[in-house]
Design a protein around this ligand. Structure first.
Ligand code: TZP
Ligand code: MG
Length: 214
């Protein structure tokens, strides 16, 4: 397994296509999650499976070239096929995926958790990082779980072995950055904060700067 470099993961943006991956890398991101939800994403005249595979393959290859830690959300077979740096799975996904094959291929495993049950389960799977969400209310994803609040980050940090990075996600914006890192998160994952900003590039660079101050 190519071990995760925590320092490269303070800022962990999530995007849904290769164009965004390229932009983020240009702006200095060192860790990215590619989260493609196929129904909203496929351009006209494109066969969904072909689109998906192209996006994933191009992103993996580009990130390798630029030493960026890319995690593929959900599509573990494609992550295996193209030897991604990592895969990100939710609780249900982690029951479906061939975790042994991923481990044998030395692909890092990032796992989402939303409650104690999911955390206990995730800790048994030798995760490369654990994500906790949603910290705040989010418009980006329909959640079955109430917002966790900042104090839950400290609680999770104390329940997780020190060598496993903790990622905070959900409704987070730049203004929350310091308090979330101070609460014990190693990494902050965001979508709308920079994507819906008037100046995504400036926003991303601010995030990276904050991460470098830690
Ligand atoms: N998982 C938990 S919250 C969330 C995901 C994918 C959405 C995060 O998006 P935003 O826009 O940063 O709240
Ligand atoms: Mg999933």
């Amino acid at each position: 397994m190519l071990e995760i470099d925590k320092n490269k993961m303070r800022f962990y943006p999530i995007v849904d296509n290769f164009e965004w991956v390229r932009k983020l890398i240009q702006w200095g991101a060192k860790s990215i999650q590619l989260r493609i939800k196929i129904n909203n994403n496929v351009p006209n005249n494109y066969e969904a499976g072909v689109y998906l595979e192209n996006q994933i393959k191009s992103s993996i290859e580009y990130c390798k070239k630029h030493q960026c830690q890319l995690f593929i959300n959900d599509y573990w077979e494609l992550a295996l096929k193209y030897k991604a740096f990592g895969i990100h799975l939710g609780y249900e996904d982690s029951h479906q995926a061939d975790l042994m094959a991923l481990q044998n291929a030395k692909i890092n495993l990032g796992l989402s958790t939303h409650d104690y049950n999911e955390l206990n389960f995730a800790l048994k799977l030798n995760p490369s990082y654990i994500a906790l969400g949603p910290i705040f209310p989010t418009q980006t994803k329909i959640m079955r779980f109430a917002p966790q609040g900042i104090s839950r980050i400290t609680e999770w940090r104390n329940l997780i072995p020190a060598n496993i990075p903790l990622v905070a996600i959900g409704g987070i914006s730049l203004e929350h950055g310091f308090s979330i890192y101070s609460a014990g998160a190693d990494s902050i994952s965001v979508i709308s904060d920079f994507k819906s900003s008037q100046h995504p590039e400036g926003r991303v660079k601010n995030w990276i700067q904050i991460g470098e101050c830690l």
